[in-house]
Each structure stands twice: as structure tokens, then as C-alpha cells.
Design a protein around this ligand. Structure first.
Ligand code: LLP
Length: 421
């Protein structure tokens, strides 16, 4: 559920008309709904009511400081995958004790930062990484709490590019080596095993693959405990899918939570979750303006002012996003098929093919729906376009939470060497 609805023919985010924001801030602009973010965080927390469960919001989905602060205020922790994300989470007020550090390639300085901050745990993805973390921790006179991310060899996820739990994927320690990794930790100073971690993919639309992976992980935890490893935590990652179109029916958080409740029953484990998309995805839209319609043989190109540099998902994963005009059209309005494309000089700069829409004219504004996760975070300045702006709405108020940079700021980090002058 989200808070983007028509009122008297105009598309609103909570109590603010999106047109009002587009007039004031320009387009393209991401608009996030605080009420939706909070609702999603609460629905998940409530689904796990009564369990010891840390909701470590996955910062990679949307790391805007105002979004993070909103979720920090709801009690969320954070799952981070870089020193930069760790600093973002801390700057937004998320306590270090609620932060897990994931990611397949942490540098020594990132490990040091995590240890200085005193984060909850490191999720480690290889025996080599364990050795380096132990070395860094020892040099600081500390012991790092770790969970090994295991690769359970279970396929899941909405697209091959976002599936991570199959053997052959770069993620996690191969299943056959998982126990050895814990033996390595037991023999190494500077690291202490506290948990097991798994994350098999993203935009997962059924419970079964998650359950299969989690059951394997629970079996592993039992074996590790039998061997004397004190495993008290299980990190089950993120991955729960969201509806991008009305026909999508991902499992509700309550089904997901009930499955986890059953799988972990009676083991006294502290559960960690790393939801990203399910919290942020439907809490944001990208507002864009139609520039022109270009009829071409067998095609109508609808050219909008948002490009693949602003929203990469369609180009990267052939992802579907609904489009809603900011001015509501009558139900019997004439429908036209459009290829909706951006201004970038790439053929992959295409948001939809042959999409049936009410007739759109240059100057009409549209909201690209479900763009709150993996939208602005993946944006770039390709084609020397300024980074897309972001706005947060809360009730009847809104604020620009990332402004569009000036041209001078975009080139401020560049330098023309003396020998060229
Ligand atoms: N934990 C780990 C270790 C992850 O790698 C991810 C996502 C998450 C948690 C959060 O997963 P979520 O709950 O959001 O599914 N850019 C792609 C998605 C990439 C997902 C990367 N990892 C997209 O736009 O579909």
C-alpha cells in the first residue's frame, strides 16, 4: 500500500499535489512518501512481533539521509555494504549497534571504520576476507563479531541479474566450505563467530525458495552448535518482492514472517533481516515531463525528460514501472500505444515498449511508479545531466532532500592539467 492517489483529478503524494512539487523543483524529481516508508517499516516490525528481530534496512535501496532518518525514527537499523553507506547510516542517526556490514569486497579501511564505530556484526563472504578482518581487528586490539554469508545453492529473484544464492554466483561462501569457515574462525584471534548469514536474491515473489534456503541454514546452525560454535544470530537478508503492476502478487510480510517464525522456532536465535525494496520501493515515484511525441513507422515514441541516468532499472533489468499522468484521465479516454524513452543517447534508454496509455502531449507530466528503491541511488550524471533531485513529503509539507547540482558543482572535482593550458 502507498500514499500516491488521485484527488479531484490530480495525483497527490499524501496531502501534496505532485504538480506543486514539479512546479517548484522542476523535473525529473523523485518524490518519497514518509507515511508509506513508516507504514512499511511498521508492517514488517509488527509481522515479527514477539520475536527478537533486528530490521536492518538495506541502505543500498535508498540511502538518502532524510529517508534513513525517517526509518531510524521507526527504530530500524541498517545493512550497509560500504564505508560510505556506514557513514550515511550513522549521519542519519542509526546507532552503530544496529548496523550490519555486508558486501563481498570490504577494504581494510572500511573494516577499520566498522570496528571503530562498534557495529553489530560483519557479514563475511570468504575465507580470505576472514583472515584480513582478523588482522585488522587484532591491530586495533579488538575482536570482530562475524557471521559467514553462506551460498545455499538456491535460485530465487525477479531477474537473473538480481539472483545471488546459486552456486556460481559471486556471493557467499560455497555451501561445501561453510563449516570449514567456522573452524577457521574458532582458530583465529581477532574474530568471533556469532551468526550465519544468507541472502539469495531480490524481488522474490514466492516463499518457497526462501524457505528452502533458510531451512538449509538452520540445519547448518544446528551442526555448528553441535561442534561447539556459539551461534546466537541468523541474518536472513532481504529480498521480499513488491507489486510493480496490479497483477503482481508477492507474499505479504505476514506470510514471510510466519515462515521465518516456524523455521527458527525453539532455537533461541536473534533474527536479523535486511529489507530494502519492500520498505522503499512503493514509497517513491519519479516525476517526469513529456517533452514530445514522435510518431515513427509502427511506433509512437513518447520522449520524457527522465533518462536511464535517473532510473536505471528498465535498462538494467528490463524492469516494469507503471506510469500515471499527474492529471487524471477519464476511464473512457482514448488509449494510445507508446514506446516511452528518455533523452539519453543510448538505445537502452527505454522505459516501456508498446505501453497502452491515455493520449499524452508534450508538457504533460507523469509519475513513474514504484521508483523509491534502486532509483536515485543508481542515478548518474551521464550525458552531463545533473543528478536528479529528491523530495520528501510528510503530510502537507515537503522538502527538497537532495537538490539538483549546478553545472559548476558537477565539474568541481575535475581538473585540466597545466600542460594542456
Ligand atoms: N541484503 C543484501 C546482502 C543484498 O545484497 C540486498 C540487495 C539486500 C539485502 C536488499 O534486498 P531487497 O530487500 O531490496 O530485495 N538494483 C536491483 C536490486 C539489487 C539488489 C541488491 N542486493 C533492482 O533494482 O532490482
Amino acid at each position: 500500500m502507498h500514499h500516491f492517489t488521485y484527488r479531484d483529478g490530480r495525483l497527490f503524494c499524501e496531502d501534496v499535489a505532485l504538480d506543486t512539487i514539479a512546479d517548484a523543483v522542476g523535473t525529473p524529481v523523485y518524490v518519497y512518501s514518509s507515511a508509506t516508508l513508516k507504514r512499511h517499516a511498521r508492517v514488517i516490525a509488527e509481522a515479527f512481533d514477539g520475536m527478537s528481530c533486528l530490521i536492518a534496512y538495506s541502505v543500498k535501496a535508498n540511502g538518502n539521509l532524510a529517508v534513513l532518518r525517517t526509518l531510524a525514527n521507526e527504530g530500524c537499523g541498517a545493512d550497509v555494504v560500504s564505508g560510505g553507506e556506514l557513514k550515511r547510516a550513522r549521519a542519519a542517526g542509526i546507532p552503530a549497534s544496529r548496523i550490519v556490514f555486508s558486501g563481498v569486497g570490504k577494504t581494510r579501511s572500511e573494516m577499520r571504520l566498522g570496528l571503530e564505530e562498534g557495529i553489530h556484526q560483519f557479514n563475511i563472504e570468504s575465507s580470505a576476507e576472514l583472515a584480513v578482518l582478523a588482522d585488522v581487528a587484532k591491530s586495533m586490539g579488538k575482536t570482530a563479531k562475524v557471521a559467514v554469508r553462506v551460498n545455499p545453492d538456491v535460485a530465487a529473484g525477479g531477474h537473473p541479474n538480481i539472483s545471488t544464492g546459486k552456486s556460481g554466483d559471486k556471493f557467499g561462501v560455497p555451501w561445501s566450505e561453510a563449516e570449514l569457515a567456522y573452524d577457521q574462525i574458532a582458530e583465529t584471534d581477532g574474530i568471533e563467530a556469532v551468526g550465519v548469514d544468507v541472502h539469495i536474491g531480490s524481488q522474490i515473489d514466492e516463499i518457497a525458495p526462501m524457505q528452502a534456503a533458510f531451512e538449509r541454514v538452520i540445519d547448518l546452525i544446528k551442526r555448528l552448535r553441535d561442534k561447539g560454535h556459539a551461534i546466537s544470530r541468523v541474518d536472513l537478508g532481504g529480498g521480499l518482492g513488491i507489486p510493480y503492476k496490479s497483477s503482481d502478487t508477492p507474499p505479504p510480510p505476514s506470510d514471510y514472517a510466519n515462515m521465518i517464525r516456524e523455521v527458527t522456532e525453539g532455537l533461541g536465535l536473534d533474527v536479523i533481516l535486511e529489507p530494502g525494496r519492500v520498505i522503499a520501493g512503493n514509497a517513491g515515484v519519479l516525476v517526469t515531463e513529456a517533452l514530445f511525441v514522435k510518431p515513427a513507422p509502427q511506433r509512437n515514441f513518447l520522449i520524457i525528460d527522465a533518462g536511464m541516468n535517473d532510473l536505471m532499472r528498465p535498462a538494467l533489468y528490463q524492469a516494469h514501472h507503471d506510469f500515471m499522468p499527474l492529471r487524471e484521465r477519464p476511464e473512457d479516454a482514448e488509449q494510445v500505444r507508446y514506446d516511452i524513452v528518455g533523452p539519453i543517447c543510448e538505445s537502452t534508454d527505454k522505459f516501456a515498449a508498446e505501453r497502452l496509455m491515455p493520449r499524452i502531449e508534450g508538457g504533460d507530466r507523469l509519475a513513474i511508479m514504484s521508483a523509491g528503491a534502486y532509483g536515485a541511488v543508481l542515478s548518474s550524471q551521464y550525458n552531463a545531466r545533473p543528478l536528479v533531485a529528491e523530495v520528501l513529503v510528510d503530510g502537507d509539507q515537503y522538502a527538497v532532500v537532495r537538490r539538483r547540482p549546478e553545472f559548476e558543482e558537477m565539474v568541481a572535482l575535475e581538473n585540466i592539467p597545466d600542460w594542456l593550458s
